[in-house]
Design a protein around this ligand. Structure first.
Ligand code: NAD
Length: 490
């Protein structure tokens, strides 16, 4: 462990309020751990209500000018920031991996390129966003305005830190809102680096404000504030419930992107190698910490034993370890607390009668990484769909395999959960794939694939996986108020 006095020498992240990097009002900090080594490596502002209040005031003031800035000009700022991310991509990749524990190769392939793509995508989408016009014979014409809402609160999680942070703030800013953003207190570093870029490109002060700190303090204050009429949240379902409660009294515009317990359905007529490759990715990418990961793997009885054998073989060959080493498919999970929760859930599954086919334990790596948060990729068998582990999100490298008889049975099993985020179906029978897609209660269905993401598509979940859809023009719709203007023709 780091000696306490050394903490004073550590890098202190700052809030970004009214165009400046500032220390938290009470000058208190939260320790930021590096999952790779389990050691503290920087300090995060423990912001309080007063810090958030200052950010909201700055955003409210900046809104007056920003809402009247042309979309072309707003787009220029987003593109300039995106270009800076691209120029500094190596720095961002290393920072994201260090803060989160994910392999550097993954941050290089997914997180950082996607962050700059989000900014560029919305900078272009706004220029293609059409207004509606409705003519009423010869009596009247209507046109519809899409206007910014005001100060938007954007709250993001730790699993894809800069990726999801930019996915929210880009559409919010491009539509003319100003923003108070609250990144996860577990992975604040790339959002802090992002604030440095905003200063570098000269983003007008107060347009984007980033306040770090605990969700129960900073997040709650933001969601309850009367001057923040719109909230976009991505995170856990339980937090989503609190936000829904806090915002409903004020009828705020709210978008909630929440948890999942996604089914991965392998029919006996599928391409087995393709299904196996995608199942591995859907189960263990980012240490299983993606809301879209498939954690309930339903395998049709005829191929159950063969598929199980191949899945165990491939999973046990996956390398877990140093996120800097590109041979490792899995790095560290995000925190000690989260690691312990995953291990507890594995133990609970064992108590319920689950058989561990591979993995099931923490992995201790000798030397510098011995206190890092590594978990072996784990497959569990012998548990019904109504067991705890098949109903609750684990959000780690842990999956269950479950046999099924036929199409009708598997649809019932897949839908038998409180969640409805995503699903994958593997079959060569295209009619069956379409039939099952229509019956599955999830916001996204992948056929013979997983996590192919087009930025234009609607994204979001059914049931307790969320409320509303973001992505493409849906995000622009969400971050604007719709106003119809009717002109009578005399
Ligand atoms: P979390 O709910 O604990 O935290 C998310 C964010 O909310 C953090 O910034 C946190 O500080 C803040 N927060 C916490 N309490 C708050 C409160 N009372 N009021 C306002 N803000 C508060 O989630 P997490 O552990 O960071 O992320 C993992 C979860 O996110 C998983 O459940 C995962 O499925 C979900 N997720 C969903 C999607 C999606 O698009 N549906 C994407 C990624 C992650």
């Amino acid at each position: 462990m780091v000696e306490e006095p050394l903490l004073y020498k550590m890098k202190k992240i700052k809030n970004y309020i009214d165009g400046k990097l500032v220390s938290p009002f009470e000058n208190s900090y939260i320790k930021n751990y590096e999952p790779r080594t389990g050691k503290v490596y920087s300090l995060i502002p423990e912001s309080k209500n007063k810090d958030v209040e200052n950010a909201i005031k700055a955003a409210k003031k900046a809104f007056v000018k920003w809402k009247n800035t042309t979309k072309e000009k707003r787009a220029e700022f987003l593109i300039a920031i995106a270009n800076e991310i691209e120029k500094q991509k190596e720095k961002f990749i290393k920072a994201e991996s260090r803060d989160n524990g994910k392999p550097e190769w993954l941050a290089a392939k997914v997180d950082i390129p996607r962050a700059s793509q989000n900014l560029k995508f919305f900078a272009s989408a706004i220029l293609n966003y059409e207004s509606k016009f409705h003519e009423m014979d010869n009596s009247a014409i209507n046109y519809t305005l899409k206007q910014p809402v005001g100060v938007a609160g954007c709250i993001s999680p730790w699993n894809l830190p800069l990726y999801l942070f930019t996915w929210k703030i880009a559409p919010a800013l491009i539509t003319g809102n100003t923003v108070v953003a609250k990144p996860s207190e577990i992975t604040p570093m790339t959002a802090y680096m992002f604030s440095e870029l905003c200063i570098k490109v000269g983003l007008p002060k107060g347009v984007l404000n980033i306040v770090h700190g605990y969700g129960e303090v900073v997040g709650e204050y933001l969601t309850k504030h009367v001057d923040v009429p719109i909230i976009s949240f991505t995170g856990g379902t339980e937090t989503g419930k609190k936000i829904a409660n806090n915002t409903s009294k004020m009828f705020k515009k709210v978008s909630l992107e929440l948890g999942g317990k996604n089914p991965n359905i392998i029919f006996d007529d599928c391409d087995l190698n393709l299904a196996l490759d995608y199942t591995i990715k859907a189960s263990f990418t980012n240490q299983g910490q993606i809301c879209l990961c498939g954690s309930r793997i339903f395998i049709q009885k005829k191929i159950y034993n063969q598929f199980k054998k191949n899945l165990i073989k491939k999973t046990s060959a996956l390398k877990v370890g140093d996120p800097k080493n590109k041979k490792n498919f899995l790095g560290a999970v995000v925190s000690k607390d989260h690691m312990n929760k995953i291990l507890e859930k594995i133990n609970l599954a064992k108590k319920e009668g689950g058989k561990i086919l591979t993995g099931g334990k923490r992995k201790i790596i000798k030397g510098e990484l011995k206190e890092g948060y590594y978990i072996e990729p784990t497959i569990i068998e012998n548990l019904k769909n109504d067991s705890f582990i098949n109903q609750e999100e684990v959000f780690g490298p842990v999956v269950c395999i479950i046999p099924f008889e036929n199409e009708k049975d598997v649809i019932k099993l897949a839908n038998d959960t409180k969640y409805g985020l995503s699903s994958s179906i593997f079959t060569k029978d295209i009619d069956k794939a379409h039939r099952v897609s229509r019956e599955i209660n999830s916001g996204i269905v992948w056929i013979n694939s997983w996590m192919i993401r087009d930025l234009r598509i609607p994204f979001g979940g059914m049931k307790q996986s969320g409320v509303g859809r973001e992505g493409g023009f849906k995000s622009l719709d969400f971050f604007t108020e719709t106003k119809n203007v009717c002109i009578k023709i005399n």
